[in-house]
Design a protein around this ligand. Structure first.
Ligand code: NAP
Length: 314
């Protein structure tokens, strides 16, 4: 692994793949490293309604599959490997993975963000056994059953609407009495006869024997606890958690400037405070986290990476 790449892109979501496409097309020797499968959060979405120009039946997975193809067509190398450490202190940056070590003249961090957990007892135990963070992946398991969708943002309300395709009833559980989601999304949910709301409510505990069978809810205003139990006929129900995201920046802590929530700080050229290290997508401190802004970040990062390499190394 003595090869020195022009750029190593960390993460193969829309931001990383767009950066890969632009970098490889500019004839940079490009490696995209991804710890799981390519895609990021968008592969958990069934509908990509607000990506300009997306064909009508575009889904997260189909959009990503095409992005992967394009990046590869232009010559980007894509590897699955988990990064355990990085050393960005010298001109040649090092990325240490479970399987080895890679070197590059520049880095683009596009690690994205992952779903925030509720943190209540039982959540971890019943993940995959009733508790889910991905409607597209798991909605189908709850056909004709009841589902609780936790959260009040765009994701919770949009995914609750999607889940009504499967469930008998979807209850949106929100900790306040007003949704955070955009008005247009809220209106659609309010009109859906399968959607119900539980206001001022949080999940206190998740219980069951092997599979999810009951949940304890707490009213945030009165403190009153109520327990929901799956009927004997149903045996189980779904609990989909959509309470925001956490930036994937643990491995960069102390090495790169971040805000107090852990998002990487950059300027509009996607440069971080470390020379030769750029950032793109949801992991960056920004005001709008969407596929369209992620792919834009990726393109800007790759172009500025190229400029940096030209000035620094040639
Ligand atoms: P979000 O906007 O951060 O909303 C998270 C929701 O979860 C909030 O309603 C919050 O309550 C609630 N919450 C947070 N921690 C909680 C906890 N421990 N227990 C219970 N509830 C908790 O996250 P998001 O909905 O995933 O959206 C993330 C970003 O993606 C946003 O910028 C959003 O606009 C964007 N997005 C856009 C679209 C679209 O345009 N179609 C679709 C999906 C997402 P509070 O309201 O009380 O804080």
């Amino acid at each position: 692994m003595n090869k020195i790449y022009d750029v190593i892109i960390i993460g193969a979501g829309p931001a990383g793949l767009s950066a890969g496409l632009y970098a490889a097309r500019a004839k940079m020797d490009t490696l995209i490293l991804e710890k799981e499968r390519a895609g990021g959060q968008i592969v958990t979405t069934d509908e990509v309604a607000n990506y300009p120009g997306a064909v009508e039946d575009a889904t997260g997975p189909t959009l990503i599959a095409r992005m992967v193809e394009q990046a590869k067509e232009f010559g980007a190398e894509l590897k699955t490997d988990e990064i355990v450490d990085t050393d960005f202190s010298a001109d040649i940056k090092k990325v240490i993975t479970k399987d080895g070590e890679y070197s590059a003249r520049s880095i683009i961090i596009a690690t994205g963000a992952s779903p925030r957990k509720l943190g209540c007892p039982g959540e971890a135990k019943f993940t995959g056994k009733g508790v889910s963070y991905c409607a597209t992946c798991d909605g189908d398991f709850f056909t004709d059953l009841e589902i609780f969708a936790i959260g009040g943002g765009d994701t919770a309300v949009e995914e609750a609407i999607f889940l009504t395709k499967f469930a008998r009833k979807v209850t949106i559980v929100h900790r306040r009495d007003e949704l955070r989601a955009a008005k247009s999304i809220v209106e659609k949910a309010m009109k859906n006869p399968k959607i119900d709301f539980m206001w001022d409510t949080v999940v206190e505990e998740i219980k069951g024997e092997g599979i999810l069978q009951s949940a304890v809810f707490k009213n945030t205003k009165t403190g009153q606890l109520t327990e929901y139990n799956a009927s004997e006929e149903d045996m189980t129900f779904g609990m989909f958690v959509f309470v925001g995201y956490i930036p994937q920046t643990d491995i960069f802590k102390g090495k790169i400037d971040m805000d107090d929530r852990g998002y990487i700080v950059s300027n509009e050229t996607m440069k971080t405070d470390v020379e030769g290290v750029f950032v793109a997508g949801d992991v960056r401190q920004k005001t709008l986290r969407q596929v369209v802004t992620a792919v834009s970040d990726g393109a800007v990062a790759a172009v500025n990476c190229e400029k940096y390499i030209e000035e620094k190394f040639e």
